[in-house]
Write a protein that binds this ligand. Sequence first.
Ligand code: F1P
Length: 307
Amino acid sequence: AYVDAEIASQPDCWREAAHLAPTVTDRLPRPGERVAVVGCGTSWFMAAAYAARREAAGQGETDAFQASEFPAGRRYDRLIAITRSGTTTEVTELLAALDGQVRTTVIAGDPDSPATRIADDAVLLPFADERSVVQTRFATTALALLRAHLGDNVSALAADAEVAVRAPLPLDPTRVEQATFLGRGWTVGLAQEAALKCREAALFWAEAYPAMDYRHGPISIAAPGRLVWAFGEIPDGLAEDVAATGAAFVHSRTNGCRTVLGRWAAGRNPVDPMADLILAQRFAVALATSRGLDPDAPRHLSRSVVL
Ligand code: F1P
């Protein structure tokens, strides 16, 4: 499957993004600016992760929207659109509608696309573009670039990514009938992305929630043979609550329950949650294969949705 090679190339792509970031600062948000970040599908989840992280870093008010749900009339200093293809209709229509009203930057994989032509500025990541329908490395590379711009040490992330592309999977995909991914703050977007990978690549029942909200209803699904996989910081008691249901619990930082990356990345614990996402991408591909599906040919999907 060519998605395997794309997943494995993420450490190199993240390093490339780290080199690129200082050369494109003029096209990315300045501290204090009010920023909207938009995308569709995977690209929206990356937008949500970046928005939460920029706010938490004290860099300014940052809102994420699916491109179709941008509130007309809302004023921002800058709008960032994330789109691998640059052809997604909701994104190009929004950029056109906002022309002249807000400074726009598109982060795209394809260097020559409708979105890059309409936006005021473009940050191009052709080295992270993909053949696959199911996005993996473009999404994480766009987020790595935005994180580098926020001051995160992306070289350290790439080292964690090296571990995640080689590490054994936390559990056998043939032994799981359902998965729920959890996150907190910026990792909610990563959890949503992990669940989407399972649905897209493997037609597998997967959900995602903020970890705190999970106990307000969704935990009723947890049962033996099902999986709960948490990204980043988790609330006190969550691991124990999940364990009491009989579901498998996967978390890179928990001792006592099933630990994932922390076990292999001794000396670099906690590992970055984006490395966990790589492991979840690989889990989704393994699920697809175990179900007799071709992860390169997902049902009902095309590389970009053009209406
Ligand atoms: C966005 C997207 C993908 C998804 C699917 C349809 O594309 O929703 O995330 O996997 O294949 O398109 P883009 O705007 O980032 O090109």
